[in-house]
Design a protein around this ligand. Structure first.
Ligand SMILES: [Zn+2]
Length: 414
C-alpha cells in the first residue's frame, strides 16, 4: 500500500510540476497521533533530617576535601572514612574550587561525629552522599535530586513511515531506533509496515526542576500492530538486576543473534568504537574477540545468508560475512578454514558452523574476531544482542510477577 501511494505521488508529480512541491510540504493524510503523560513517579529525595547539626563549606583553591571539613570542624571524627566513601562515587581529583559540601554531624561532648557528606555535581544534578550506617561506618548514596522521571506514552498511526510518524508523535529518535531493535527479528521494517499500522511506545523521560526534558531512559513497553499481527514487548526485571524484554507469553523475543559465536570462548578484547585521538588506531576495536582453541567451530550468530568469504592477509585473514534480516550483518575473522557446507549464497541457521577458529591475518593467537553491523555501521555486539532479546523464558513465580506487571502497563496502550 505504501509503495503504491509513493508511485501515485510521483506519477502525479510528473504531470503537475510545481504542485508536487506543495503536495510534499503538506501531510497527505490527517494524522491520528496523540501524546500524553502518564504515571508521575518522582525519584525520592533522601535527606538526613534528624541529624543534630548541619553546616556547609566551600572548597578553597588547592584544598583537599578532608582538610576543608577539618577547617570548619576541627577534631571531627569520621572525616577520612566519609571522604573515602564519597570518593567512590565522586571524582575527588576533579572537585572544583568553590564546590559546596553539606555536612551533617552529631555532637558527643565537644567532638563532632560526622553523619553525612553531600556533594552535588552541578552539570548532571547528580548528588553523591556518604551516609553513616552506625555499624559499618559509611555507605554511598547517589541520586538525582532535582530530576523527575515520568513514564511517557507516544502512540500513533503510520501515514508515511514508522520513523517519520513516530517523530511527529513526539518520540525521541533514539527510542524509536531501540523499538526497531526490539522487533527487528519479528517485523521486517522494509516490507511489513503499512499505512494505518498502529504503534505505542512507553518510555522513561527525565525532567529537571524547570520541567525541561533532560534525557530519555528505558523503553518500558512497545506495541506495533501490523497486518501480520500484534507485536508487543515489555521490559521486565525477572531477577534482581537482570532485565530483559519479553512478549506477552513471557518468552524473550526470538534470540536474534548469539553474543558469542564459539562455544566455550573467552572474551579477550572488548568493543571500542572510537579512535584514540592521541594514539591513532591503537584503541579502535569495533568488535569482540573470543579466544578458543584452533579448530573450534565458529557458528553463525543468527539465521541468514553467507554473502562473503575470503582472504585478507593484512587484517581479517580468512573471514566470513553473514547477512541477516533488517540490515543486520555479522563478520567473523581469523578463521583457520571455512565450513564446506557454508559457501557464499548458502542459507545458514543460527548455530550452524560456518568456519573454524584460527589465527590467520593480523592475529596474535587463535581467536574469533566478531563484528555486528547494522545498516552498514559497526555496532557493539553486546548492545545489539542485549537489546534484541535475552533468550530467556519466564516460568513459575517469575511468570506470575510478569503477568501482574503487564496488567499495570497495558491499560496505557491506546
Ligand atoms: Zn579483534
Amino acid at each position: 500500500m505504501l509503495s503504491q501511494r509513493i508511485f501515485a505521488l510521483s506519477l502525479w508529480g510528473s504531470i503537475a510540476g510545481l504542485s508536487t512541491l506543495l503536495f510534499l510540504l503538506y501531510p497527505l493524510f490527517t494524522r491520528e497521533v496523540s501524546a500524553q503523560i502518564i504515571i508521575s513517579n518522582p525519584i525520592q529525595h533522601t535527606f538526613e533530617e534528624d541529624a543534630i547539626h548541619s553546616t556547609q563549606i566551600a572548597l578553597r583553591n588547592g584544598e583537599v576535601l578532608a582538610n576543608a571539613i577539618l577547617r570548619q570542624l576541627p577534631n571531627a571524627q569520621g572525616v577520612y572514612q566519609a571522604v573515602a566513601t564519597v570518593g567512590t562515587g565522586f571524582d575527588l581529583r576533579r572537585i572544583p574550587v568553590g564546590q559546596e559540601v553539606l555536612i551533617t554531624y552529631a555532637m558527643e561532648e565537644d567532638t563532632p561525629i560526622i553523619q553525612s557528606l553531600l556533594l552535588k555535581e552541578n552539570r548532571t544534578l547528580q548528588t553523591t552522599q556518604a551516609l553513616r550506617n552506625t555499624e559499618q561506618g559509611f555507605s554511598l548514596k547517589q541520586f538525582s535530586e532535582y530530576i523527575l522521571m515520568e513514564q511517557q506514552l507516544v502512540s500513533g498511526t503510520v501515514t508515511s513511515s514508522l520513523y517519520v510518524d513516530g517523530i511527529a508523535a513526539g518520540a525521541p529518535a533514539n527510542k524509536l531506533m531501540e523499538m526497531f531493535d526490539l522487533f527487528a527479528f519479528n517485523v521486517d521494517f522494509q516490507r511489513d509496515i503499512r499505512e494505518k499500522d498502529q504503534f505505542d511506545l512507553i518510555y522513561e523521560q527525565y525532567f529537571d526542576s524547570h520541567g525541561n526534558a533532560v534525557r530519555s531512559g528505558n523503553i518500558i513497553a512497545a506495541k506495533l500492530v501490523t497486518q501480520q499481527g500484534v507485536n508487543e514487548s515489555f521490559r521486565f526485571e525477572y531477577e534482581p538486576g537482570e532485565v530483559g524484554y519479553f512478549n506477552r507469553d513471557g518468552s524473550s523475543l526470538k534470540k536474534a543473534l548469539l553474543l558469542m559465536p564459539v562455544q566455550g570462548g573467552r572474551l579477550t578484547s572488548g568493543y571500542s568504537a572510537r579512535r584514540n585521538p592521541v594514539y591513532g588506531y591503537s584503541e579502535f576495536h569495533p568488535a569482540l574477540d573470543f579466544a578458543a582453541p584452533k579448530g573450534t567451530p565458529i557458528m553463525s550468530a543468527g539465521d541468514g545468508v553467507v554473502i562473503h568469504r575470503g582472504w585478507d592477509p593484512k587484517g581479517y585473514g580468512n573471514y566470513v560475512k553473514v547477512q541477516h534480516n533488517n540490515g543486520l550483518m555479522t563478520l567473523y575473522a581469523h578463521m583457520s578454514s571455512f565450513a564446506a557446507s557454508a559457501p557464499v549464497g548458502a542459507r545458514v541457521k543460527q548455530g550452524q558452523t560456518i568456519g573454524y577458529v584460527g589465527s590467520t591475518g593480523m592475529s596474535t593467537g587463535p581467536h574469533v574476531h566478531y563484528e555486528v553491523w547494522v545498516n552498514g555501521v559497526r555496532r557493539n555486539p553486546r548492545t545489539i544482542v542485549n537489546t534484541m532479546s535475552s533468550g530467556i523464558e519466564l516460568k513459575g513465580e517469575q511468570l506470575e510477577r510478569f503477568k501482574e506487571h503487564i496488567r499495570t502497563v497495558e491499560p496505557y496502550f491506546s
